[in-house]
Design a protein around this ligand. Structure first.
Ligand SMILES: NC(=O)C1=CN([C@@H]2O[C@H](COP(=O)(O)OP(=O)(O)OC[C@H]3O[C@@H](n4cnc5c(N)ncnc54)[C@H](O)[C@@H]3O)[C@@H](O)[C@H]2O)C=CC1
Ligand SMILES: O=C(O)C(=O)COP(=O)(O)O
Length: 525
């Protein structure tokens, strides 16, 4: 039995789901401190928490701990690095409580705009201060959302019902995606300058701590409102204090440095303050509890680690090689023609990469199949290949070849029951850039796998490259880079071109026909 400790107020569905599955002993108790429970249950295998702090001391008290699940979004309260050093995976349940927070933001906006909190208190004690509570409307206002993830997007969606203009800033989201979601992509400064309301929805981490500071507050419109339902550490409280009164700013707040009773440092500047209530709805609590249990079961039964937040490339491995393994396999897949039935995968990891073969195989399998996630482990990759009927062979590498740190991926697919096609791609990392050095028999390519590449193999004769260039030009496509080697027999040539933008399959097929290509394919990285 694996012990699961739930030292927090989490819907009973977590416990029920684990019990119904079997194999788990669940201890749920929100009446005692986590530190006390941790020392009472040193044999804990999985820990489910909400905002409870998971420190090195807590982790050390449970030497059998393997998984921590944050039933919620923000995991700044968990020492994820220390957990990693102990081989513990930390997961969150993104999106599970997003709607609750989005509704809280709307509630805060309306409550402040219509003086709901003060007007209730005044009327309750018998006063009639109607003339003091002249409000404003949120309809048609400009609202800036900083961090356009699960919560930010839902806030926008709810605000469209108020005909609001939504500006969004998120460095990890494309402008195109923001526009698709109905927002206007904007820089952080523009948001603070132009918006009547600004709502923060990014995580607190080393990059975001203190970034909402004086330089931004100074640009806010007089009377504008700042809403923080994300994390206290994101804003510089003293900077806000300095400018708030002069500019008549409003500040609506849900989050604090510490979730505990006692005086709050922001009480002099917060116009409404709530005790971190964002996720506190029955629905969100149910969702986060259910997700925690099903994620643990998926992790244990199938090795699904999609929500693990603290797995990075292993120490000593340059991340570029991890990307290279993915890109080489992706190239094999593109040349094979998409989702062809794979029969055999062979790999060679040269130089220092040999000791990371397990990690690198995961990247390769993920590139070859949409159904396998990059965050899963080596065992899960082997299991997946077995289930799919794909053989795997990792060759011993011959260091005398002088290939340095490089990788070869060979993929054999079945064309029909009797015919097999083998694609072999080799590459390395040079000056920090990924390079494909060989595709089948075409060597010394040194081609960077980025953007979109088209590839033609044809019988060598004069004029073919010109015809490819003309046909691409006719389709409005520019060539950014090109390689054109012969194979060792000198009979066949490869034209490998990196092009501007995407290309229609029909264009590639038409060119292939015109040049009587032996092979044509297109790979987008
Ligand atoms: N008040 C409450 O009870 C709750 C608060 N939260 C807080 O809200 C945060 C966001 O939650 P979700 O939307 O569910 O997470 P999410 O991961 O879906 O969205 C976060 C977004 O912030 C963006 N981001 C990252 N760095 C950024 C930066 N420097 N500037 C602007 N955007 C940046 C990310 O690209 C992502 O799109 C959580 O990290 C948590 O701290 C979450 C749930 C409840
Ligand atoms: O999910 C989050 O990030 C939250 O802030 C919610 O916190 P809670 O689960 O209510 O302690």
């Amino acid at each position: 039995m694996k012990k699961v400790l739930i030292p927090t107020k989490l819907n009973a569905v977590a416990r029920e789901t684990l019990n119904a599955h079997g194999g788990y002993e669940v201890v749920q108790d929100d009446s005692q401190e986590l530190s006390t429970l941790a020392s009472q249950h040193p044999d804990t295998y999985a820990l489910f928490v909400r905002s409870e702090k998971v420190t090195p001391e807590i982790i050390d008290a449970m030497p059998m701990l393997k998984v921590v699940i944050r039933a919620g979004a923000g995991y700044n309260t968990i020492d994820t690095k220390y957990a990693r050093s102990k081989g513990i995976d930390v997961m969150n349940t993104p999106g599970a409580n997003a709607n609750a927070v989005a509704e809280e933001v709307i509630a805060l906006m309306l409550a402040d705009a219509r003086h709901i909190v003060l007007a209730d208190a005044s009327t309750r004690v018998g006063k009639w201060e109607k003339k003091n509570f002249m409000g404003k409307e949120i309809t048609g206002k400009t609202v800036g959302i900083v961090g356009f993830g699960a919560i930010g997007q839902l806030v926008a969606k709810r605000l469209f019902g108020f005909d609001a203009k939504v500006l969004a800033y998120d460095p990890f989201l494309s402008d195109e995606r923001a526009r698709d979601l109905g927002a206007v992509p904007a820089e952080l400064g523009e948001i603070f300058e132009q918006c009547d309301y600004i709502s923060l929805h990014m995580p607190e981490n080393d990059d975001t701590r203190g970034v909402i500071n004086k330089s931004l507050f100074a640009r806010m419109k007089n009377g504008a409102t700042l809403i923080n339902c994300a994390r206290a550490g994101i804003i510089n409280e003293d900077d806000l204090r300095e400018l708030k009164a002069d500019k008549g700013l409003r500040f609506l707040n849900d989050v604090y440095a510490k979730d505990a009773e006692g005086d709050k440092s922001v009480s002099d500047i917060a116009d409404i303050m709530l005790p971190h209530l964002g996720a506190s709805t029955n629905e969100a609590n149910f969702n986060a509890a259910q997700r925690s249990a099903t994620q643990l079961i998926g992790y244990d039964d199938k090795g699904i680690a999609s929500y693990v937040v603290n797995r990075d490339v292993p120490e000593g491995l340059d991340r570029a090689y991890s990307e290279l393994a993915f890109a080489l396999a992706h190239t094999c897949r593109g040349i094979a023609g998409g989702n062809k039935q794979m029969k055999l995968i062979e790999t060679s990891f040269y130089g220092d990469l040999a000791k990371f073969s397990g990690w690198l195989l995961v990247q390769i399998v993920a590139a070859l199949s949409d159904d396998f996630d990059r965050t899963q482990g080596y065992d899960a990759a082997l299991e997946y290949l077995k289930e799919m009927g794909v053989e795997y062979f990792n060759r011993e590498t011959d260091t005398s070849k002088g290939y340095g740190d490089s990788i070869t991926v060979d993929v054999t697919t079945s064309v029909d029951a009797a015919t097999f096609k083998r694609i072999s791609v080799r590459g390395t990392v040079a000056e920090g850039n990924m390079m494909i050095s060989r595709i089948n028999d075409f060597d010394k390519l040194y081609f960077e796998p980025v953007g979109t590449a088209v590839l033609f193999i044809y019988q060598d004769r004069p004029g073919v490259v010109g015809r490819i260039g003309n046909a691409l030009a006719e389709a409005g496509i520019n060539i950014n880079d090109m390689r054109n080697p012969h194979d060792p027999s000198g009979k066949n040539s490869l034209a490998l071109l990196r092009i501007s933008g995407k290309v229609d399959c029909e264009v590639v097929e038409k060119i292939a026909e015109q040049i009587e290509a032996l092979h044509a394919s297109c790979v987008s990285y």
